[in-house]
Design a protein around this ligand. Structure first.
Ligand SMILES: Cc1ncc(COP(=O)(O)O)c(C=O)c1O
Length: 422
């Protein structure tokens, strides 16, 4: 069956769902940082964060195989595999987070995090960012497309490169963004909607990895807690050493009351989790309950445990910091050279190149960004364009990406930029 036959069959049976690239790729195999299409062509994967320890890592595949051949049940039996994993993961979080509930996806993690926050506070009002994506369920998707009211109030995400107001100092800009949080809290009160808390991606990944004014997260968290709310951070993209720290909230120096995890947690085996303060979970189980048939299973725990093994034994946290900084520094050299390379941002192996029409206006150039993505794909390198304006080139390879990979990618990227930029 040719790729065009697969595409036609997909359209017939699966509808018009989004596919990457003008000519979608028919992938058949993955190995480490490499993906292979049906013709045997090899691509360097500089995009996927789910296979965080590399595609088909033998330790993860073996753990999955062993546990699937031994036992897989739901969570209403005792399982040492699950308890051991839960203790191990919780110990990797900052202090206030002392419990874990496992779920099957990032969406489910956010849904449960919202339930915990709302049950604990007896409120319903949630503050989120105005360019966010937290999942595909009715409630989570509302934060992206609405209806926002009455339970959601969206605030401008903090951004020093394309600030809400020009010519402000970093501190004044921070205060300007914080005012929106204060207004949102006040508007919940004015409308009689009891406040439950704030939900942000800890590094504003889908917003385009903006540079956040110093102290914003801590000050926002204080405003929220002072108003009786809880702080939820979405770690679905930022977690598991992506940023060079275990959690994105550590980049921001601000621990949440609840953290939602997903994507890399099971390296592609559907696994997510919610880490929370013990008093929040205790209150939740007194007032409500939770059961998820496919979650907190021995198979999930065995696979997720193997992911932690690899991150630790292969020292991926420090590798991510080192390789990420090396690549970021190289990318930064392009800002001087090319009018359309507006800004380089990011943390660890999650880097963003803000593609603009020109440096003076900083106008987002989505089409130009897409052209780079297509050009790189033709050369055998996979990235994407994302962010609030979809003009941000997103580089987010598996954590095993090493310096040689980074150098090879940079050469290809520089070529694509010089062929595309004016
Ligand atoms: C920040 C963030 N949160 C939550 C989700 C939802 O995760 P899932 O697709 O596993 O349900 C996504 C998915 O892209 C995401 O980017």
């Amino acid at each position: 069956m040719s790729s065009s036959d697969v595409l036609a069959a997909r359209r017939r049976t699966m509808g018009q769902g989004t596919l990457f690239y003008d000519e979608p790729i028919h992938m058949v195999k993955g190995d480490g940082v490499w993906l292979y299409d049906d013709t045997g062509r090899r691509y360097m994967d500089c995009y996927n964060n789910v296979p965080c320890v590399g595609h088909c890592h033998p330790h993860v595949v073996n753990a999955m195989h062993q546990q699937a051949g031994l036992l897989n049940t739901h969570s209403r039996y005792l399982s040492k595999v699950v308890v051991d994993y839960s203790e191990r993961l919780v110990a990797l979080h900052d202090d206030p987070l002392a419990t874990l509930q496992m779920v099957c996806s990032g969406t489910e993690a956010i849904e449960l995090a919202l339930r915990l926050a709302r049950t604990f506070t007896k409120g319903s009002g949630i503050i989120c960012s105005n360019a966010t994506y937290h999942g595909n369920s009715h409630e989570t998707f509302r934060m992206t497309v609405g209806p926002f009211e009455p339970e959601f109030r969206r605030v401008s995400f903090p951004d020093s490169y394309r600030p809400l107001e020009q010519n402000l100092s970093d501190e004044a800009l921070c205060d300007r963004y914080l005012q929106e949080i204060e207004h949102a809290i006040a508007s919940f009160a004015a409308d009689g909607v009891p406040f439950a808390g704030m939900l942000f991606c800890s590094i504003f990944a889908n917003e385009g990895l903006p540079k956040v004014p110093a102290g914003y997260m801590q000050k926002a968290a204080k405003l929220v807690r002072d108003a009786g709310g809880v702080v939820i951070f979405d770690e679905v993209q930022a977690g598991f050493c992506r940023t060079g720290t275990w959690w994105g909230y550590q980049v921001m120096n601000c621990a949440p009351d609840i953290a939602a995890m997903g994507k890399p947690m099971g390296a592609g085996y559907p696994t997510g989790g919610v880490a929370a303060r013990a008093d929040i979970l205790d209150t939740f189980f007194r007032r409500s309950g939770y059961f998820n048939t496919m979650a907190a299973t021995p198979l999930q725990a065995a696979v997720a445990n193997a992911v932690l093994d690899v991150i630790e034994t292969e020292n991926l946290q420090s590798q991510v910091s080192k390789v990420g900084l090396h690549l970021k520094n190289k990318l930064a050299t392009l800002v001087e050279q090319f009018e359309q390379v507006g800004d380089i941002r990011g943390h660890g192996l999650f880097l963003a190149i803000d593609w603009v029409t020109d440096k003076a206006s900083r106008t987002p150039d989505r089409e130009g960004a897409k052209a780079i993505v297509e050009r790189l794909k033709k050369a055998g390198y996979l990235i994407s364009n994302a962010g609030a304006h979809r003009n941000v080139l997103k580089v987010r390879p598996p954590l095993i990406f090493n310096q040689d990979h980074a150098d090879e990618f940079f050469t290809a990227f520089e070529t694509a930029v010089s062929e595309t930029a004016r």
